[in-house]
Design a protein around this ligand. Structure first.
Ligand SMILES: CC(C)(COP(=O)(O)OP(=O)(O)OC[C@H]1O[C@@H](n2cnc3c(N)ncnc32)[C@H](O)[C@@H]1OP(=O)(O)O)[C@@H](O)C(=O)NCCC(=O)NCCS
Length: 189
């Protein structure tokens, strides 16, 4: 943190603004994370993922182009089946916060902004995949773990058991996630 030389007290952190992003490429991810391999820690799963279709970010105010991007959450509608019954969900993915700004509620803020939009998209639930250590964090944000097996599609028409945890949250009311085996009818997001 930089010091405010006139008072000797720490300068306030720059204010953050929620933005709907019209593009989210490697460049935007690098603004948040810097360069680095496997920012989400899921490379060892070997899974192929879908890009997200809608992007929400937190940016520091000021500067050219509106300031540096420091957090992101993406959305994408996905078809799936639960016990053979077809439904659609809003998939949430690509949740990431700049390393120096973690633990300050930025994931809560950016996921909250993305979910606000997800509520306008129609599906009853949002779904995400995460590493087991992040289950407690998402529970704090109101998500619940899906019990039972979740299969997802992979290239060459392969169907694989999702090795990560699957979590859901209601987008309208408080209807519970339906019980039963889940089969995503697409690559995961
Ligand atoms: C995971 C990640 C996005 C979290 O971002 P963050 O800004 O530090 O998260 P927040 O500060 O918003 O935390 C959200 C809530 O979870 C809580 N929390 C954080 N870590 C937790 C943990 N290990 N266990 C339980 N709760 C936890 C926080 O206290 C906060 O709750 P509160 O608002 O009631 O205090 C960030 O660590 C990151 O970018 N990691 C690398 C990329 C990644 O793994 N993304 C996840 C893809 S699913």
């Amino acid at each position: 943190m930089t010091d405010d030389l006139s008072t000797g007290s720490p300068a306030p952190a720059p204010a953050l603004a929620v933005r709907r992003l019209d593009r989210y490429t490697k460049d935007e991810l690098a603004q948040i994370l810097g360069d680095g391999d496997d920012p989400f820690g899921v490379a060892d799963t070997g899974l192929t993922w879908l890009p997200k279709e809608e992007h929400f970010g937190l940016a520091q105010n000021g500067g050219r182009n509106g300031g540096r991007l420091v957090a992101h959450a993406g959305l994408r509608r996905l078809p799936l089946e639960v016990r053979g019954v077809g439904l659609e969900v809003v998939g949430v993915g690509g949740v990431v916060v700049a390393p120096g700004l973690r633990g300050q509620g930025l994931a809560r803020q950016v996921v909250g902004a993305a979910l606000e939009h997800a509520r306008t998209m129609g599906p009853q639930w949002a779904l995400l995949f995460c590493r087991p250590p992040l289950v407690a964090l998402y529970e704090k944000l109101g998500w619940r773990a899906v019990d039972g097996e979740v299969h997802v599609e992979q290239p060459q028409e392969r169907l694989v058991l999702m090795p990560l945890r699957t979590m859901w949250t209601p987008l309208h009311g408080d209807e519970s996630w339906p019980e039963g085996a889940v089969r995503l009818r697409s690559l995961p997001m």
